[in-house]
Write a protein of this length. Structure first.
Length: 342
């Protein structure tokens, strides 16, 4: 088994430790890694050559592999090397290019990338023998897969499209702090609601779509916004979000006791987001919100999510935004696929 990096402290691994895992063979790929694939405290994962339309979501369970379960639920296979449209309301399983041979003491957790969550695409990581989505157990050796379920828009993807990211950790990192996140429903356009019957979103086409074809702007009245059941919204946090350079954060789903809706599919915030050191002071958290069974009236400043902060094992050699970012210094902002609203 490959040895873990030398430090013994519990925490999230920074980019240089992820680079070391790639160099040692703990993370491999049949194709060379992209230069910008390793983020300050996470690794972007790339779609492979094949995907399958499946009739139901599933977990392999102990003693079973993803391919074995696919034999029971797959409906047809898609060739991603030529590009494929994944239809909203359907569920797909796709191969990822990255395989793992995690050292003792190292586990991982996956989450959708920000751009994936902002177009209402629900994705989850699968591994062989897994009993939970997105979590990769210590010492896992094997391939990785992704479940993809577009909710509002149909999407165009292809081999190398990046929909989720992997955060690697040593031990059980302590929770340093938990901070509430309120929603900004002040004057002017405070959010967007997705149009139900829009076109296809090309997940690799940056600034390639007219936002007015996909979204309608929302102007709250008296600092309130009514969420309709089954609709998808993009809103922004009331407070600026700052992730210190020695920490990483995950935005957790809303507690049902606070409201009947879900916030933020894409939960990772890398070190340096919103910090002065990385030139991001004033950055807001963008919230992906879906109401559940009943209408819900949101008020300006109301708590809608919580940020959980965890330590890194070492200061990352680069911070969020160093390689360029669509979301550093953001306010209310749609995903990178759309041109600026005007």
């Amino acid at each position: 088994m490959i040895d873990a990096p030398s430090s013994s402290s519990s925490g999230i691994l920074p980019c240089q430790s992820i680079d070391d895992l790639i160099a040692s063979g703990a993370i491999t790929s049949a194709k060379p890694f992209d230069l910008d694939q390793v983020q300050p405290a996470s690794l972007d994962l790339r779609l492979g050559a094949r995907a399958w339309r499946v009739r139901a979501s599933f977990l392999p369970g102990l003693g079973r592999t993803v391919p074995q379960r696919l034999e029971d639920v797959a409906m047809h296979e898609l060739d991603l090397t030529k590009g494929a449209v994944l239809e909203r309301g359907c569920v797909y399983i796709a191969e990822l290019q990255e395989a793992l041979a995690l050292p003792k003491g190292i586990s991982a957790r996956a989450n959708p990338k920000s751009s994936t969550g902002r177009v209402d695409v629900f994705v989850r990581l699968l591994t062989n023998n897994s009993v939970a989505f997105d979590d990769v157990s210590e010492g896992y050796v094997g391939p990785t897969y992704i479940e993809i379920a577009p909710q509002t828009f149909s999407i165009l993807v292809r081999t190398n499209t990046r929909l989720n990211q992997l955060r690697l950790k040593r031990g059980d990192p302590p929770k340093l702090s938990i901070r509430s996140v309120g929603v900004d429903l002040s004057d002017g356009i405070a959010g967007f609601r997705a149009r139900r019957h829009a076109g296809v979103v090309d997940m690799d086409h940056v600034d390639g779509h007219d936002p007015k074809d996909f979204w309608e702007p929302l102007v709250p009245r008296r600092g309130e916004l009514l969420l309709d059941p089954g609709e998808f919204y993009i809103l922004a946090s009331k407070e600026a979000v700052e992730i210190p350079v020695m920490e990483a954060a995950e935005m957790t789903p809303i507690d049902p006791s606070v409201g009947e809706f879900r916030v933020h599919y894409a939960g990772f915030f890398d070190p340096g987001f919103g910090t002065e050191e990385a030139g991001g002071v004033g950055s807001r958290g963008v919230l992906e919100v879906r109401s559940h069974e009943t209408p819900f009236l949101l008020e300006d400043g109301q708590t809608v999510a919580r940020l959980v902060y965890e330590p890194l094992t070492a200061k990352p050699s680069r911070l969020y935004g160093d390689q360029g970012s669509h979301y550093q210094r953001q306010g209310l902002k749609l995903s990178k696929h759309f041109r600026i609203w005007s």
